[in-house]
Design a protein around this ligand. Structure first.
Ligand code: SAH
Length: 397
């Protein structure tokens, strides 16, 4: 018997608006037994069926909706249907066809709460972050395998979000096996190694694909500073675009090692124009300003400073700080490409932070382009948390 999760009066609004999270505070009672990850029927206070969801007893997000059709069965076939539909949506977008690095499943934003899948050539890396996803792991792996035909699927379920769901880390090959130090993709004409075992997230930041191409377009004869460079995605595009010098800064030694390996994989690029520097960006930018260093283009792509709205204030100070320091290091007419990937900072908040930094830097700053994640990172309008990546391309007087 499926257990039933009854909501408190008035707490069915977000479900009706097709938001997939049910918080503990919205629940009146659970009748019947449900183990972590089990499917429960979600009903309104008056008993009206609303949805079917995965139960997460340990998490403040107590249930995650699989379907807003209260009669749809959650079984192996459900995951096959959903995953085939997501992949068909990707295939419908011409710019994604043939991409070697591609986000196949973008969790909530693709109607699959807690499930991420990235494709790197013939290898797929999945990351499961909810009790419901964990319960259906075998079905999910099988559906991805059958729909894509990919022979190798690696699980990288080690995000900190799992502990909030009471789940331990789970990593390893689920189907097939491939030499992990040979996984490379071509992106915008540059070859990049992807470390699926020890790299960040599933190994690579696929969401910046289009924005990296934009950097190549802007780079000819420019002196460029790429802050938070990770494995050099933006740096290599800058070299490809003809930058005169690219200085890349990151605090992670291993990321910088991969970045330099990546440069080595691209003999068409002029490696003598690249400088790699292991440092904290907050300190490094100050030092460069004190030394009166100037750049034509600065890229700021920091990690998530505000995972949720609760961290927004502290994060805003950090964003303002690095953007202010970067503005001070720009030459006349220079450009700043700046990002926030924090779910807790809205695009409007981010713009205001940059405006405040511009006032302190005493310069006129104009937005020439708003930037976002690539098309394989769609945003479900009902799930505003999915709009995590926002960027601004700015020109400075
Ligand atoms: N722009 C990259 C992704 C950046 S991810 C790309 O296109 O692939 C964020 C990076 O910031 C990580 O590599 C992390 O090691 C680095 N990082 C985090 N905090 C830092 C700090 N205070 N100073 C320098 N680097 C930092």
């Amino acid at each position: 018997m499926t257990a039933t999760l009854k909501l408190l009066p008035g707490k069915d609004k977000s479900i009706k608006a097709r938001h997939p999270w049910i918080f503990a505070g919205a629940i009146a009672e659970l009748s019947g037994r449900a183990k972590p990850g089990d499917t429960v029927d979600v009903v309104a206070a008056n008993g009206r069926p609303l949805a079917r969801a995965a139960f997460s007893p340990e998490s403040q997000i107590r249930a995650r909706v699989w379907t807003f059709d209260p009669n749809e069965t959650i079984d192996h076939a459900f995951f096959k249907r959903r995953i085939a539909a997501v992949i068909a949506r990707r295939e419908a977008l011409p710019e994604l066809r043939g991409q070697q690095g591609l986000r196949l499943i973008h969790a909530e934003s693709d109607g699959l709460s807690g499930i991420t899948a990235d494709r790197y050539g013939d290898t797929i890396v999945i990351a499961l972050t909810s009790a419901g996803a964990e319960k259906w792991c075998d079905a999910i792996v099988d559906a991805i395998h059958k729909t894509t035909g990919c022979a190798c699927i690696y699980e990288r379920s080690d995000a900190s979000a799992r502990s909030r769901e009471g789940l331990a880390a789970a990593t390893g090959w689920r189907i097939g096996e491939a030499p992990t130090d040979e996984i490379v993709i071509e992106e915008n004409g540059v070859t990049m190694r992807v470390d699926i075992v020890a790299g960040h997230k599933t190994g690579f930041y696929l969401d910046q694909r289009d924005n990296r191409r934009r950097v190549a377009e802007l780079s000819a004869n420019k002196r460029i500073l790429n802050c938070f460079c990770y494995t050099g995605g933006f740096s290599l595009q800058a070299l490809k675009g003809g930058a005169s010098e690219v200085i890349s800064v990151d605090s992670s030694g291993p990321a910088l090692v991969t970045a330099q390996q990546n440069l080595g994989l691209n003999p068409q690029l002029d490696a003598s124009r690249a400088i790699w520097h292991e440092a904290d960006v907050f300190t490094d930018l100050r030092a460069r300003h004190s030394a009166n260093e100037k750049f034509d283009l600065i890229i700021l792509d920091p990690p998530k400073f505000a995972p949720s709205a609760a961290h927004a204030e502290r994060a805003a100070r950090a964003y303002k700080d690095i953007n202010l320091q970067a503005l001070k290091c720009l030459s006349r007419g220079g450009m700043l490409m700046t990002y926030s990937c924090s779910g807790g900072i809205t695009p409007a908040m981010f713009q205001q932070i940059i405006a405040d930094a511009a006032i302190d830097a005493e310069c006129t700053v104009r937005i020439v382009q708003r930037l976002q994640g690539a098309a394989d990172h769609p945003v479900d309008l009902a799930f505003h948390e999915g709009e995590y990546l926002k960027g601004l391309l700015l020109q400075v007087d």
